[in-house]
Design a protein around this ligand. Structure first.
Ligand code: SF4
Length: 252
């Protein structure tokens, strides 16, 4: 995989498939731990990233570092890439033609790295990833907001859209709620501590429970699981209660 990624990256740095090649200084391939379970997808390199040829080193990178540090997640433990590998002049919006010319690189990176969690940052990356995995993204940008910080399981892939760190440069008041969403990354590092004893594991292994329940909760956002919360509070809950608190008659 490393060798294939090297070949891919050598193609990215020389790419001239679209007109962004004329204004960019560096086309940036992904960076980070290729064995990471987390693959962050941003939109495109900023001005400083373009000049210095490295990912997330400008003002957005400083915000990202702060969010990750508070979430207790090492930046080096992630893989980070962009939907568009070249700088968009004056941070303008991407054009459809530019996404069409470039997304194949991201597709290949995802195919090689096979991350457990894809984490698109902001609207353009989230829309692209949700479309790619047929997760039925909303059409209006404003309707993406409720999706940030929600774990989605689509087409066999866990996707966790997050607000782009750059959004906090314009709206610093959103810092606390954004931090809360980034904190979930730490939850995803380990599966639920109850998994080996939980009836959901047995039902899944018996083929009676859909995989999505395991991926979304037991190996995902277990803090949001109703069973987990009740277990922690020593509250009675029947074996056939699902992670969202509903009762599955078929599991009785
Ligand atoms: S169903 Fe809930 S309590 Fe059981 S293992 Fe999964 S996350 Fe933990």
């Amino acid at each position: 995989m490393e060798a294939q990624l090297k070949i891919l990256n050598s193609g990215i740095v020389k790419c001239r498939k679209c007109h962004l090649a004329e204004s960019r200084l560096h086309a940036l391939p992904g960076e980070g731990d290729i064995k990471s379970k987390f693959f962050l997808v941003a939109l495109s390199p900023g001005e400083q990233e373009d000049r210095e040829g490295s990912m997330f080193i400008g003002p957005s990178g400083q915000v990202l570092d702060r969010l990750l540090k508070s979430a207790n997640v090492e930046r080096d433990s992630l893989y980070i890439s962009n939907l568009i590998k070249c700088n968009l002049p004056q941070n303008r919006k991407p054009k459809l033609l530019e996404i069409e010319a470039c997304h194949q690189y991201l597709d290949e990176e995802l195919e090689l790295i096979k991350p457990e969690f894809i984490i698109p940052l902001g609207f353009y990356a989230s829309r692209y990833i949700l479309e790619k995995y047929r997760a039925d993204p909303p059409s209006a940008k404003v309707d993406f907001r409720p999706l940030y910080g929600k774990l989605i399981y689509a087409y066999g892939q866990k996707i966790f859209p997050l607000p782009h760190p750059a959004s906090l440069l314009y709206n610093p008041d959103y810092y606390p709620q954004t931090q809360e969403k980034y904190n979930k990354l730490h939850t995803f590092i380990h599966p639920c501590k109850w998994y080996n004893y939980c009836p959901m594991k047995r039902f899944y292994q018996q083929g009676r429970l859909e995989r999505k329940w395991i991926e979304l909760y037991c190996h995902g956002d277990w803090q949001a699981c109703r069973r987990y919360q009740m277990e922690e509070n020593h509250q009675y809950h029947p074996d056939n209660m699902l992670a969202d608190g509903s009762i599955a008659g078929t599991l009785a």
